[in-house]
Design a protein around this ligand. Structure first.
Ligand SMILES: Nc1ncnc2c1ncn2[C@@H]1O[C@H](COP(=O)(O)OP(=O)(O)OP(=O)(O)O)[C@@H](O)[C@H]1O
Ligand SMILES: [Mg+2]
Length: 363
């Protein structure tokens, strides 16, 4: 929930007592990654009207604001519904409001205004793409563990399942029965990406939302929707993790091109190494920063350093086998949940490398 009532002058201000409109505006602000101040009327808005970085005024309060003679702000956004069309322009003129937004058509525009003006005006999220050196390498498990670890250490995280033939990343997290928008619903919509509507769960000080495939056979993710998803993730999250298939499709290419880092997970085996060499040729065309995570056991005693040298990619880390993990995953237990074990330890290090120190949450 992004609503906040304590006075914080740097937050956008929403002035409305129309509950349905308020719900829509809070949803858009959340999708834009910002909290807002809410005032039901001009009396409640007065103290913050001039200092808020953005004022969004519902048409229900436009007449009251005129009567209250609030200071004129040319950047005020007057928000209405199609039914208000005539009145909204008239009020905008009288109030000197510089913008009129008619919902739902103007939702993407308003979302951008919230994103640009909110306290979430921090650096864009880091984007990490994970792929496997061979089938069953452990890439999806690694992607899920990285995202969970980042969320549990206070980051806002978007995890994107980009493998249409995978079983669904929601299954890896044990979230398959959770409500929320998945790829099918997203692609059937009009392309609007509302991250808080995805499958998710607040986790400690950070939170994780997941865009997952489900059990139905679906066409590949449309690249333009992937672009919009990554844009929204970059704007409003601290970390975006994308699990892509080895055979790259257009959406996977979009993700690799947007990535700050590509992580190739590879079992410490000869045949996996030779398979990975082919995957790397393709991935390296689109991603500058590829690195390896080598997963044991190593039946032929091949070392992580040997694999890294032979593939000419830097070694980001190694994973000792975790005997209990396959059974735990089958029971719907998310990987690295307890924060212990080789996978959790490596993920913490990589998250710290990527995102910097854990954010300090104000009391
Ligand atoms: N760190 C780990 N420790 C032990 N077992 C693991 C680990 N990671 C993955 N596994 C096992 O390997 C299986 C395959 O993992 P995962 O689905 O992540 O591989 P993948 O590379 O995504 O495969 P695909 O080619 O299907 O995309 C898991 O179901 C689990 O049993
Ligand atoms: Mg996978």
């Amino acid at each position: 929930m992004t609503r906040r009532n304590a006075a914080r002058p740097h937050l956008p201000l929403v002035v409305t007592s129309d509950d349905a409109l308020l719900d829509d505006l809070l949803r858009l602000a959340a999708a834009g990654g910002t909290e807002v101040e809410v005032a039901p009327d001009p009396a409640g808005a007065r103290g913050r009207f001039t200092v808020a970085p953005l004022v969004v005024l519902g048409t229900d309060q436009a007449a009251a604001c005129l009567r209250a003679r609030l200071p004129r702000r040319p950047d005020v956004v007057l928000v209405g519904r199609p039914d208000d069309a005539g009145r909204v322009w008239e009020y905008a003129e009288l109030l000197g409001a510089g913008h009129v937004a008619t919902l739902p058509a103007a939702e993407p525009w308003l979302l951008d205004r919230f994103a640009a003006s909110g306290c979430g005006g921090t650096a864009p999220a880091r984007v990490v793409v994970v792929l496997g050196g061979r089938g069953g390498a452990g890439a999806s498990v690694f992607a899920a563990a990285l995202a969970l670890t980042a969320a549990h250490t206070g980051r806002r995280v978007l995890l994107v399942d980009a493998d249409p033939l995978g079983g669904g990343l929601d299954l890896v997290l044990g979230w398959e029965s959770r409500e929320g928008v998945r790829w099918r619903e997203l692609t059937e919509r009009d392309g609007r990406v509302d991250l808080p509507a995805l499958v998710g769960e607040p986790a400690g000080a950070g939170d994780l939302v997941l865009l997952s495939f489900d059990r139905r056979l679906l066409p590949a993710a449309p690249p333009e929707v992937m672009t919009a998803v990554l844009d929204a993730g970059r704007r409003t999250r601290d970390l975006v993790v994308v699990d892509v298939p080895r055979r790259l499709d257009p959406a996977a290419v979009v993700a690799l091109q947007a990535a700050d880092r590509g992580v190739l997970v590879i079992p410490a085996e000869l045949r996996a190494t030779t398979a990975a060499a082919k995957v790397i040729v393709d991935a390296a065309r689109h991603c500058r920063e590829l690195g390896l995570v080598v997963r044991g056991p190593s039946p032929g005693k091949l070392t992580a350093q040997q694999i890294s040298q032979s593939l000419q990619l830097p070694l980001l880390g190694t994973l000792r086998p975790e005997a209990g993990m396959p059974a735990a995953l089958e029971r719907g237990r998310p990987p690295a949940l307890e924060g212990r074990g080789p996978l959790a330890v490596l993920c913490r290090r990589l998250v710290a490398d990527l995102c910097g120190p854990v954010p300090v949450v104000p009391a």
